[in-house]
Write a protein of this length. Structure first.
Length: 94
């Protein structure tokens, strides 16, 4: 598994899940899984909050999270994790 900044991809994916959790304080006590939708059928983030989450992910991981992800239905935590894993595994990383 690739390592960046001393972390494995699995550790970075866990960090991403924790970052998502910070956007939804009311979700405390419930697991955020890869199947958890970010929108109305899950965490109930609105479009602005999702954009802010993508920006926070870019800043934290140094990987671009393109606007095209906003068109994915349903956009889930797993979608973001897979995107991070794919970008981390690619030679250019961004």
């Amino acid at each position: 598994m690739a390592v960046r900044d001393g972390e494995t991809l699995a550790e970075r994916a866990d960090d991403l899940r924790k970052l998502v959790g910070r956007f939804v304080p009311s979700w405390t006590g419930r697991d955020i899984t890869d199947a958890t939708p970010l929108g109305a059928s899950g965490l109930d983030l609105d479009s602005i909050a999702i954009v802010e989450l993508l920006i926070a992910c870019e800043q934290r991981f140094g990987v671009a999270f393109p606007d095209a992800l906003l068109d994915v239905r349903p956009l889930t935590v797993g979608t973001l994790v897979r995107h991070l894993e794919q970008r981390e595994a690619s030679p250019e990383g961004v």
